[in-house]
Write a protein that binds this ligand. Structure first.
Ligand code: NAP
Length: 302
């Protein structure tokens, strides 16, 4: 990346040409992965195992899973990848997930989404015990989040929270707008921002929301979790606001986010790059969740 030109902050964070602090997900992922490795070594290097289940040959899914295993190794974890052809069938996928659920040597299970057409994803998720649900997607994990109980939280929303925390972006009493209300990103992130202790006042926007500019321009934190290139423009952003880009769209120009980065960086106080922002943090938080899962299963001290 070549765009940061302004002097870095006292914490060494890069700034964009417009002066916004760049919330660098690659850098924070590396810090988190290194901390996880240190924690595992300090606990006597127990075997902490993440298992992924990949069905079909979707190229981005294959790439995501490869990256997860690469980073797991850097964190000092063991990982297992169950790869099945697209036509393996519901029964076979359920058998594999049930076996992983019953295996005491496996601490975290991630079924790479989306499964090919025709699979019942909910039925597969139901087989993952809450203590191994490192993706935080099962009904029990989501229910615990809603009820404010301890549990495993979705990796992408958790990654956004880690970026805000790392850069000391204030949340208490601040206004946040989360654009997108999916179970994967928007909804859990809204709950995390509104949680006691985080204390943001959260607006959830979606495809039926009217006048997005109006909704966003008073916000201190704006998160795009839509998948529509350039949806968030400078007009949406209050000067000094923190802007987080979760959306991923593959275009001829490469991967682009929901945020018009060049225009918004001139107005925002903090901004994530795309790529290099929320994506790497999703993987970091998957591994953080795997360590939490191992603790819940007594592999490391709580
Ligand atoms: P999703 O299930 O398709 O949800 C998209 C959300 O955006 C929906 O709530 C939808 O509203 C809303 N939306 C669509 N058009 C809109 C518009 N014009 N204005 C306002 N809201 C609009 O997608 P998802 O799984 O949440 O993922 C969202 C994006 O994040 C995708 O691009 C995905 O690839 C990306 N992603 C990135 C990461 C990462 O690590 N960075 C991880 C996961 C996903 P309705 O509910 O009304 O349909």
């Amino acid at each position: 990346m070549t765009y940061p030109t302004a002097p870095p902050t006292s914490q060494g964070d890069e700034r964009t040409p417009g002066g916004a602090i760049l919330m660098d997900g690659n850098r924070l992922r590396d810090e988190i992965v290194s901390e996880l490795a240190t924690t595992i070594v300090a606990a006597g290097s127990p075997s902490v195992c993440l298992a992924t289940v990949l069905v079909g040959d979707d190229a981005p899914s294959q790439r995501y899973v490869r990256n997860k295993h690469l980073q797991a190794a850097k964190a000092g974890m063991v990982s297992r990848n169950e790869v099945l052809p697209a036509d393996a069938g519901q029964t076979r996928v359920e058998q594999i997930v049930s076996a992983l659920a019953a295996d005491p040597n496996v601490h975290g299970i991630l079924v790479q989404s989306p499964l090919p057409a025709g699979y019942d994803e909910e039925a597969v998720l139901r087989l993952i015990p809450a203590v191994k649900d490192v993706d935080g997607l099962t009904s029990e994990s989501m229910g615990r989040l809603v009820r404010g109980l301890p549990g495993l939280v979705g990796c992408t929303p958790l990654g956004v929270m880690r970026l805000l925390e790392r850069h000391a972006v204030p949340t208490r009493g601040r206004r946040a707008v989360v654009i997108g209300r999916s179970m994967l990103v928007g909804l859990p992130l809204s709950l995390l921002l509104a949680r006691k202790g985080v204390d943001a006042t959260v607006t959830i926007a979606h495809s039926r929301s009217v006048d997005l500019v109006d909704l966003c321009r008073d916000a201190d934190i704006v998160v795009g979790a839509v998948g529509q290139p350039g949806l968030i423009t400078a007009a949406h952003v209050k000067p000094g606001a923190a802007v987080v880009d979760v959306g991923i769209s593959r275009t001829e120009a490469g991967i682009v986010g929901d945020v018009d980065f060049d225009a918004v960086q001139a107005v925002a106080g903090h901004i994530t790059p795309m790529p290099g922002g929320t994506g790497p943090m999703t993987i970091a938080c998957l591994l953080e969740n795997t360590l939490t899962a191992a603790r819940l299963q007594g592999v490391l001290p709580a």
